[in-house]
Design a protein around this ligand. Structure first.
Ligand code: PMP
Length: 393
């Protein structure tokens, strides 16, 4: 029942952050640590104006809402945040949930009925899998990022496309690879199927208005529902879904994780709103996050540890097994660099990866320091290094 196999050794589940010193800095076991495993892609959890907005809301409206949206937890702050999210996406409706996990439970559970079908990408997040299981629909996965396989799954389901929900992500959270939405849309467009894309890791980073991968790939009009979270680039907690489809106006009243849980606390809502405004108005953090992401990716390639996807805010380096992965992860942590170690079932294909995230809050020196520590640690624990490809190859 309990896993005691680690015998008290340092594992990803046992790390305690003693003090958070900023978006990418913390004290862990007394050591100043550079965080390359947070989702604070834009550093907005410590952005002065977000903290001020939260502080003011805390004083004016209190620490918690103490009720769900349909009870007494529907405050003007929540409604205004929904308007800001809908406006950011240029869509008519937005619903705010208390977490991104709940946004998937609520949106997927509210959209489908028993007898409907769901086709989801095999690499989707656990919240999407759980939402599909709970929905009572007929659920089938299609091969990761494989539109032809989506077509096969839809044809084999025995359910009309018009009663089928297709679910993908914009950026996949484990390996950091990006969905091929135009290919997915080529299958769903005109079929009557509803397409939902989770942009949890792409809000604030992809697309001319920072709305995510659907915007960056020019297919927003073919995506019926977008789900996202406030816990990453927005820097707080909470989730949302947006749509312009009039048929989904009732979603709010069908989504149990909206109806039956307390709404977000006022300080969180105020900070999220300010962060959404900054994402809309100020591209400087996004540009810096991308510069850092490219520099970190290039550095890893040069070290012989090429990430498994092109540069992006989140990425992963494959490890040759659990033991070497854990040795490498421990070596990094004890040298003051924090990354995430992920093992199955959190990873696809039974892989062990060290996942990292890069933030606008990193400085070029942070990237250099982390890369130097990664190179030293890999050599110390014997992680095989690949020869960098010759220039021009
Ligand atoms: N969707 C995806 C793709 C995610 O990666 C995550 C969190 N890692 C979630 C949803 C859940 O978001 P939250 O942590 O805000 O509940």
């Amino acid at each position: 029942m309990f896993d005691r196999s680690t015998g008290g050794a340092l594992t990803p589940l046992s790390v305690v952050i003693d003090q958070v010193l900023g978006p990418v800095r913390a004290l862990i076991e007394g050591r100043p640590t550079l965080m390359f495993g947070t989702n604070s892609y834009l550093g907005l959890n410590f952005e002065e104006s977000c903290v001020e907005a939260a502080t003011e809301a805390l004083r004016r409206f209190g620490a918690g809402s103490t009720a769900s949206r349909v009870a007494s937890g529907n405050q003007k702050l929540h409604v205004d945040l929904e308007k800001a999210v809908a406006a950011l996406y240029g869509r008519s409706d937005a619903i705010v949930f208390s977490t991104g996990f709940m946004a998937n439970l609520g949106a997927i559970g509210g959209l489908v009925r028993e007898g409907d079908a769901i086709a989801l990408d095999a690499h989707c997040h656990a919240s999407i899998f759980d939402a599909c299981r709970l929905s009572g629909a007929k659920v089938a996965t299609f091969r990761h990022n494989d539109a032809a396989d989506l077509q096969r799954v839809m044809a084999a389901s025995g359910v009309a496309p018009a009663r089928t929900l297709v679910v993908t992500e914009g950026v996949y959270s484990v390996l950091g690879d990006v969905a091929d939405l135009p290919a997915i849309v080529a299958v769903t467009r005109g079929s009557g199927a509803v397409l939902l894309v989770d942009e949890a890791h792409s809000l604030g980073l992809y697309g001319a208005h920072a709305r995510g991968v659907a915007e960056a790939q020019g297919v927003e009009d073919d995506v019926d529902v977008i789900v996202g979270t406030f816990s990453k680039s927005v820097g707080v907690v909470g989730g949302y879904c947006v749509t312009s489809d009039r048929a989904f106006r009732t979603l709010r009243f069908a989504a149990r994780p909206y109806l039956y849980t307390a709404s977000l606390p006022p300080p969180v809502v105020a900070a999220a709103h300010r962060a959404i405004d900054l994402i809309r108005d100020d591209a400087s953090r996004r540009d810096k996050a991308w510069r850092n992401a490219r520099a970190f990716h290039a550095g890893l390639v040069a070290l012989g540890l090429p990430p498994s996807a092109p540069p992006g805010p989140v990425g992963a380096v494959r490890m040759p097994g659990i033991k070497p992965g854990l040795d490498m992860w421990r070596a990094l942590l004890t040298a003051g660099v924090y990354v995430n170690m992920l093992i199955p079932p959190a990873t696809p294909n039974g892989e062990v990866v060290l996942r990292y995230s890069v933030s606008a809050a990193h400085e070029p020196e942070d990237i250099e320091t982390a890369l130097a520590v990664i190179g030293r640690s890999a050599r110390a624990v014997g992680i095989p290094l690949r020869e960098p490809a010759p220039a021009g190859a």
